[in-house]
Write a protein that binds this ligand. Structure first.
Ligand SMILES: NC(=O)C1=CN([C@@H]2O[C@H](COP(=O)(O)OP(=O)(O)OC[C@H]3O[C@@H](n4cnc5c(N)ncnc54)[C@H](OP(=O)(O)O)[C@@H]3O)[C@@H](O)[C@H]2O)[C@@H](O)CC1
Ligand SMILES: [K+]
Length: 457
């Protein structure tokens, strides 16, 4: 499983440039910042290289400037370093090139070494890599035991993570902040483990990586209703709603109701009919609608009643499919958390423009609800534009029923009155998956929710 720093700011290329400009305006010199960036990367390279031969690739821009600093820092400390260059840097990067007293060989002909440091392109990549550059990079990566990228793997688009012929890295040292390219789409996979280096450039952002929540055990005067009541609407596929209900129980909801005709599930699960009393029950802290609901007239009627009631909603699966393109009008002003995968999201809000972060923010603002846009890169956006990205969840989660478990987790945290139920639930879900290990199934995931909670106490 890859590692990504927790609660790290995420900024676009433009926002990073603005932060750098502000730092320069406040008196820092670009030379100082580049020296700091190079040194921060070099410390990690030295640690990971452990005495092995290092090849540093230096590109034509400031990412290449950082690379020349890395090479100089390592050589000064006795490491075995060679450099291959692409293009002629300008400005401060040219000064760093001049300060490197060793040879600079050609990218096309250089032989691979055990440790590869990729400083070809960072946030300034503006188009797909030329075929010869992509080929050389891929060849050198294949010939290396470990590849460490400076700021971004060369050829990953900074703002949306799309692949512009990148070869990828095992470790990426992000400078000052993470970029969407480290956490979204192909870029998330290409970045490998991500480390965050402080280069003295302050960065403010409303976007962050997911962090372990801080939770409390129930207080001494707790009883089942103060811990949160969750109701799950059953439907055509009872297994899915049962998974959501069981997950809510395991996540600490004090009283969980499975509403409908299904009488299955554990003994502690309370069964009720979907009558008016249920939808008017003021004790319900979260009503889950969607897992296993079905898409027939009965399902549609249950969704209508859920939307008409005053309780906080967690909408998933079939509820989202039933809403489809009407989601924007029908959900506006509702207290709801939506948990679509990308197919459901696109059906509700259209494919649209921009990165997954941009599109999720726009949809959350449009409907005034929090959206958990699921995937290998889960993006959580609230209507105020705050974003949390989960980019390191185990890929074993890609199996039937894990989304139903997540809906139950969100509902339990919502009913418990958590400040950020969606992010907490996504963290617990990913952690339970890590504890469940390889080959997990949704039922087994539930058994590890308690263990995940223990790590947050
Ligand atoms: N600002 C600062 O002071 C600091 C910045 N820092 C570092 O700088 C990095 C950003 O630097 P940057 O803006 O110079 O961009 P960078 O990623 O080096 O690439 C631009 C060059 O590549 C070229 N180019 C682009 N795509 C190409 C392609 N496909 N194929 C071929 N060429 C291509 C492009 O040429 P052009 O597009 O103009 O033709 C230009 O020459 C950032 O990630 C961090 O590492 C840190 O040191 C902290 C201080
Ligand atoms: K790079």
């Amino acid at each position: 499983m890859r590692r990504v720093p927790e609660h790290a700011p995420i900024v676009t290329a433009a926002a990073m440039r603005a932060a750098e400009a502000a730092a320069f305006a406040s008196g820092q010199s670009q030379r100082e910042v580049m020296e700091r960036a190079g040194a921060a990367v070099a410390v990690q390279v030295a640690r990971l290289a452990a005495g092995r031969a290092i090849l540093v690739l230096a590109g034509p821009g400031n990412n290449g400037g950082d690379a020349y600093v890395v090479a100089r820092w390592l050589a000064e400390r006795g490491h075995d370093v060679t450099v291959a260059g692409l293009g002629a840097p300008t400005g401060v990067a040219a000064e760093m090139r001049a300060a490197w007293t060793g040879e600079v060989t050609d990218l096309d002909t250089v032989a691979p070494r055990v440790v590869l440091v990729d400083g070809l392109f960072g946030t300034g990549v503006s188009r797909p890599l030329a075929a010869d550059v992509a080929r050389a990079l891929a060849r050198l990566r294949r010939g290396a035991a470990i590849t460490i990228a400076i700021d971004l793997p060369s050829g990953i688009a900074t703002d949306d993570g799309s692949d512009l012929e990148a070869a990828g890295a095992d470790v990426t040292v992000a400078l000052a902040a993470l970029k969407p390219g480290h956490v979204l789409g192909d870029g998330a996979g290409a970045s490998g483990h991500v480390l965050l280096a402080d280069i003295g450039v302050p960065v403010a952002s409303h976007w962050h990586t997911l962090a372990r929540p801080s939770l409390e055990p129930p207080p001494r005067d707790a009883h089942k209703f103060t811990r949160g009541m969750v109701a799950v609407l059953g439907g055509a596929m009872p297994g899915a709603s049962r998974l959501a209900a069981r997950a809510a129980m395991a996540a600490g909801a004090g009283y969980v109701v499975l509403a409908g005709e299904d009488r299955g599930g554990p003994d502690a699960l309370v069964h009720r009919t979907t009558d008016a009393d249920l939808f008017g029950d003021p004790r319900i802290g979260a009503l889950v609608c969607g897992p296993g609901l079905g898409r027939d007239a009965a399902a549609s009627d249950l969704l209508d009643r859920a939307l008409a009631c005053e309780r906080p909603l967690v909408l998933d699966g079939d509820a989202l499919s039933l809403l489809g393109a009407d989601a924007a009008t029908r959900l506006r002003g509702k207290h709801a958390i939506l948990t679509p995968h990308s197919g459901e999201f696109d059906r509700m809000f259209g494919v649209g423009q921009g990165s997954k972060i941009d599109r999720t923010i726009a949809a959350a603002a449009r409907i005034g609800c929090t959206i958990v846009h699921k995937g290998a890169d889960t993006v959580i956006a609230d209507p105020a534009g705050r974003v949390t990205v989960s980019a390191a969840a185990p890929t074993w989660l890609a199996s039937a029923g894990t989304g139903d478990v997540l809906a139950g987790l969100v509902a339990a945290r919502c009913a418990a009155g958590a400040a950020d139920p969606a992010s907490e639930a996504v963290w617990l879900h990913a952690r339970a998956a890590a504890l469940a290990g390889a080959g997990l199934i949704a039922d087994g995931l539930i058994d590890h929710i308690g263990g995940a909670i223990e790590e947050c106490l």
